[in-house]
Design a protein around this ligand. Sequence first.
Ligand SMILES: Cc1cc2nc3c(=O)[nH]c(=O)nc-3n(C[C@H](O)[C@H](O)[C@H](O)COP(=O)(O)OP(=O)(O)OC[C@H]3O[C@@H](n4cnc5c(N)ncnc54)[C@H](O)[C@@H]3O)c2cc1C
Length: 389
Amino acid sequence: MINIIDKKNCCGCGLCASICPKHCIEMVEDDEGFVYPKVNKDLCVNCDLCNKNCPVLNCNNKNQQIPKCALAYSKDNEIRKSSSSGGLFSEIALNILKQNGIVYGASLEDESKVKHIRINNVEQLEKLKGSKYVQSEMNGIYINVKNDLENENKVLFTGTPCEIAALNSFLKKDYNNLYTCDLICHGVPSYKILKKYLNELEEKYKSNVQKVFFRNKDDGWTNFKIKVFFEDGQIYSCQANKDFYMKAFLKNVSLRPSCYDCKFSKIPRCADLTLGDYWEVEKVHPELSDDQGVSMIVINNKKGEELLNNINEDIVLQEGEELNNFIRFNPCLCGSVKPNPNREKFFNDLNKYTMKELEKKYFRDEITLKYIIKKIKRGLVKILKNRRY
Ligand SMILES: Cc1cc2nc3c(=O)[nH]c(=O)nc-3n(C[C@H](O)[C@H](O)[C@H](O)COP(=O)(O)OP(=O)(O)OC[C@H]3O[C@@H](n4cnc5c(N)ncnc54)[C@H](O)[C@@H]3O)c2cc1C
């Protein structure tokens, strides 16, 4: 039976819980706020399906060829503005929904939990739009996907690379009516930190949180802000590089242990199509850089090509991009981020300090140190200049 000794070996995809014939595995949150399998040993019959199908322990990938690369963005300005990158996900999803298909993706639900949900109409697409920077709960969603596929529905399943690998492992066969789309993923932060962040904001604003936008483009794509809407109409809005939650995410303090050693951030990728941000687009195509969001697209196989061809008229597309450039500009396409050296201390301090205190302890020190180094450098330059005369 599954027994996670090293937490780096569990991505929290919940495949083990979904595949267990005795339903004796439950995904339970640990002290850091990440879910891990807990087995009811009284019910377990030691079939070992959990270990045999775990995507982390058995990395299988149907994709073998070197992928093609492209950049693109939606021609629809509204879609682009309300998406994190170039709005490619929405265009692909709309196309599938127009064919009476089903789309699966991450949605911010009650109590700020992000969960994978199934949608079958355009009105529900809003829920899946945008990056939610916390791990999505899968809650047996692979079983729903399999049912839809067996009922001959066209299905688009989207998520992080480990979630795509988990679905592929669960299904065991390549369905012609399944299309998968993964994200270039930096890693997923813990729900415990998001909860703490939102609770403290609720206390400060004296109102309940209604919704959260992790990547708001009001001040442009590169200068994105996190925006929290409260029930009484107030809005908290902060640039990502100044906000506690986003700093913890971007400084690699708050990620799941397995994200620092991701088995799926590699070429070839597991999904049919991979989407990410083309942050450095102005270096290669300054004519396409309007600060509204451009997507990096990695086309991993024929189905990926098909997804892109189907939306050809709805997007601005430039094919023939260099894979090496993509990897250079976006290292998470092919590798994991390094853990912040203070990660363990940060998690240990979570229950002891407020957000403000944690920020002072873990994030402001760096600014001070940078500031001191800058001051020393300036001082040295002055001394050297004075010596010359
Ligand atoms: C946790 C996380 C880390 C990321 N790290 C990077 C990175 O390092 N580099 C990079 O280039 N891009 C990264 N991205 C992807 C990027 O932010 C965009 O989501 C992606 O480019 C798609 O943008 P879009 O405009 O096409 O669609 P959008 O509408 O912005 O994205 C919607 C899609 O994202 C999926 N999604 C949103 N939140 C989650 C979640 N928590 N778990 C699983 N799926 C989710 C939805 O299911 C949907 O498929 C990350 C995304 C997430 C969620």
